[in-house]
Design a protein around this ligand. Structure first.
Ligand SMILES: Cc1cc2nc3c(=O)[nH]c(=O)nc-3n(C[C@H](O)[C@H](O)[C@H](O)COP(=O)(O)OP(=O)(O)OC[C@H]3O[C@@H](n4cnc5c(N)ncnc54)[C@H](O)[C@@H]3O)c2cc1C
Length: 434
């Protein structure tokens, strides 16, 4: 039996936590730790009072009710150096990382363990299928067929972690106070757990695409931090094939990352590399400030900035608009989402930005989301736009949908003409194809 240090990362739960289960079954003593990494906060531009920090600390508070958790603030490697020195552990257990940055961070800790003669054990979790074992490349449909056959939704038996020593180390309160976390406004663990229990998965397929309706699960922040087990999410939602399909999309991007690790920086469609993006700073600024003059786009940016989350349909419209209407490199948008999204995941964000910019795995050559027809179709009563742009309250819905046809007094004019710009985008793309 070992003295084990258990490193929580994006698996902030004790229920059905495979790495924790493995660690607990090998440990005579187990020290659970979480590091609020200052480099990650810097990279995501998370500051005091940011909802992402508030939600993280809420998750740490929640976890601390289940297990005596030690929480540190600093650089992961430096924290580990001190912990290994102070506590003389035999092994470090943790979940296998899913993203490129996560892998880098884990590799550093693993190297440190090696230097100190400490075993480092990483356990696969937070996926329904070991995507690395799926053969071949393949489009989503063929991946999905194989994925469905391989789903492993076995839930672990309840287990107790009762061998945690009492140490003179900080808990979540001290660390969270230090980084300036506040009570969350929009996202809480309790809210997510209630959502999982109460969500109507039966109506998901009908309503999931309408941002003005509360029809998608809004579970992505909880899935991202692992406050719920993906197997439990799958089991609860099994009756909704459309929902399960979305869980498969999540795993498809991790599968692509395994096959094509370079997709982090490079377009999956090789003929779309080196496209001559215009990257006009004034258009980028208008987009990021939610002043493009296209209400559905501006409402999306406002939602992103206030709630740190955006409905999937609107994410698609935003990404398509930035790349195909503003002719801005998808990486700029990817960074913008990175700096705001509460469910930000490096692999899912890169994969989706590539898809929506037609440089990734979308099998269609050039798919364009027309902000006017998308607004008409998916926000027919303008409920979504009006929620985030209350200044458009008195206006007819048709004027809200089509700012090219109807000039809206007191609201910014469209920064570009959608139809002209998309023509230009197609020209630029076809130059690469030749
Ligand atoms: C440009 C762009 C960037 C995105 N960046 C992220 C990101 O950083 N992190 C993230 O979790 N999702 C990302 N998504 C995917 C998707 O928008 C969100 O997962 C979804 O909106 C979350 O809301 P929900 O939980 O209500 O989803 P639901 O519709 O209820 O779906 C259930 C779950 O399935 C998964 N899922 C659904 N759609 C996708 C998808 N397209 N790709 C991967 N997983 C999916 C999520 O885990 C989600 O919680 C992005 C999509 C786009 C178009």
């Amino acid at each position: 039996m070992w003295r084990v240090l258990f490193w929580f990362k994006r698996d902030l739960r004790t229920r059905d936590n495979r790495a924790l289960y493995e660690a607990a079954s090998r440990a005579s003593e187990l020290i659970p730790v979480f590091v609020i990494d200052e480099e990650i906060l810097g990279k995501l531009r998370i500051d005091k009072g940011d909802e992402r920090l508030n939600f993280l600390c809420d998750a740490l508070r929640h976890l601390s009710k289940e297990i005596r958790l030690y929480v540190f603030y600093g650089r992961t490697c430096e924290v580990f150096e001190q912990l290994l020195d102070r506590h003389k552990v035999d092994a470090v257990f943790t979940a296998k990382p899913l993203t490129w940055d996560g892998e880098e961070r884990c590799a550093e800790v693993e190297a440190l363990c090696k230097e100190s003669g400490v075993k480092y054990v990483s356990v696969r979790d937070n996926l329904l299928v070991d995507v690395g074992s799926i053969a071949g490349g393949g489009n989503f449909s063929s991946f999905y067929r194989r994925w469905l056959r391989m789903v492993d939704d076995r839930i672990l038996p309840e287990f107790r972690v009762d061998k945690v020593p009492s140490l003179d180390e900080p808990g979540f309160e001290e660390a969270c106070r230090r980084v300036g976390a506040e009570p969350p406004k929009f996202w809480s663990v309790r809210g997510c757990l209630e959502r999982l229990e109460g969500f109507d998965f039966g109506s998901y397929a009908r309503f999931r695409d309408f941002p003005g309706v509360d029809g998608s699960s809004r579970l992505s922040p909880a899935i991202r931090l692992g406050v719920v087990s993906i197997r439990e999410v799958y089991r609860v939602s099994k009756g909704s094939p459309e929902f399960v399909r979305q869980l498969a999309w999540r795993e498809y991007y991790y599968f692509l990352k395994e096959k094509f690790p370079w997709m982090k920086d490079l377009e999956l469609k090789y003929w779309m590399r080196g496209i001559e993006w215009e990257n006009d700073p004034s258009l980028v600024k208008a987009f990021m400030e939610g002043r493009t003059g296209y209400p559905i786009v501006d409402a999306g940016v406002r939602q992103l900035k206030t709630e740190k989350w955006v409905h999937n349909r609107v994410r698609l419209i935003l990404a398509s608009f930035l790349a195909k209407d503003l002719l801005v490199d998808w990486r700029v948008g990817e960074r913008f989402f990175r700096e705001h999204l509460i469910d930000y995941d490096q692999v899912l964000n890169v994969g989706n930005w590539q898809w929506a910019s037609s440089v990734g795995v979308d099998p269609l050559y050039l798919r364009v989301f027309n902000p006017i027809s998308q607004s008409r179709r998916y926000d027919p009563d303008c409920r979504y736009v009006r929620k985030y742009l209350p200044e458009l309250e008195g206006l007819s819905c048709e004027a809200v949908h089509d700012p090219l046809k109807w000039r809206i007094e007191g609201y910014c004019e469209p920064v570009v003409d959608h139809y002209q710009r998309v023509k230009r985008f197609k020209e630029l793309a076809s130059r690469r194809k030749r």
